[in-house]
Write a protein that binds this ligand. Sequence first.
Ligand code: PMV
Length: 337
Amino acid sequence: MKSAFRAPSNIALVKYWGKYGVQLPSNPSISFTLDACATETTLELTETPGIRVALDGVDTPSFVPKVAQFVERAATRHPWLKDYGLNVQTHNSFPHSSGIASSASGMSALALCVVDLARQLGHEVADPKQEASILARLGSGSACRSVFGGLVVWGETHSIPGSSQEFGVEYPHPVHDVFRGYRDVVALVDVGQKAVSSTTGHQLMEQHPFRSQRFAQAHDHLASLGPILASGDLEAFMELVELEALTLHGLMMSSSPSYILMRPNTLRIIEAIRGFRRETGTPISFTLDAGANVHILFPEHAEQSALQFVEEQVKPWCKDGRAIADRVGQGPVSLLQ
Ligand code: PMV
C-alpha cells in the first residue's frame, strides 16, 4: 500500500520565531505557499519492519533519524504506523546544494501521505487537510503551512477567525488580485550549512529580552496585513514584509549568544533592491528566512523589469550567479490519482 504527494515550500511574510511544547508557535505567522520549490515523496507500507529513506533513488540513511522522529510523533495520533515498515522515496525539485530548506515541503509531503494511507486503511479522518497540517507541524513547525496553497496562517490570533496553534488555515479574508501569482525569486547567497540552526534560534527566543514585544508585534502585523491584502496597497505590504524580515534577523543579532546569518552579499542585494525601487518605482521588495538567501518579491505585472534587475544587479552577488524563480502556488497535489 502506498501514497505519493508533491508539496511545495513556503515563505513567511510575518515570521514564526520562537516555540514551546511540541512545535507550538509563540506567535502567529502567515506565508505564501510557493510552486516550483517542492518535494515529491512516496510512502510505502511494508511487511519488513524499519524505516528506509531514498533521496533521488539513492539510499540515504542520514535522513532516517528525522523521519523516525516524525513517525514517533505522528504515531501518537496514528498508532497503526508502528505496525508497518516504511519505505520513503523522496525528491526535491530544487538542488540540495541551494541552501533552500526542504523541511517544510518534505514534512508536508510526508504528512499528506500518512493521512492518505490512514484513509486507505479505513481509519476515519474527519478533516484530512487539517490532520495533515497537524502532522506536518509535528515534523517541522512551518511545514504545517505548506499543506494549503496561497496565503496560509498558523497560530491563533484575534484577526483571523479559525486560526489555531496546532494547524495552518487558508487566509480567510479577501485578497486583492495583485497578490495572486506573486513572484519570489530566491537569490542564492550562501548555499552551505547554516552556522546556527533554526532549532537553536527558536530556543534562544525563550530567554530573549525582546520576546514579549516581538510576540505582540507579530499579532499586530497580522491584523494590519488585513486591509493591505484586501486593498492591494503594495507600498504598505513591502514596508511590513521587509520590517518582518529585518526584525527576524534583528532578533538573531540580539539573542544571547548573538549571531548573524546574513552575509555581506545579503546586504548588497537588499541595498540594490531598495535603490532600484526608489529609482524606478518598481514594486519590488525582499524577505529573508533563517539564512543568508534573499527572497525577492514582486507582483506579476512587474515581472519584466524585476527580472532584468535580478539579472543585472542581483545575480553578480549570488553564489555562482544562481537564483531560483518561483511564485505563489496552489498547494500540494496527490501523485497517484
Ligand atoms: O519551521 P522551522 O522550525 O524551520 O522555522 C522556520 C522559521 C522561519 O522560516 C524563519 C520563519 C517562518 O515562519 O517560516
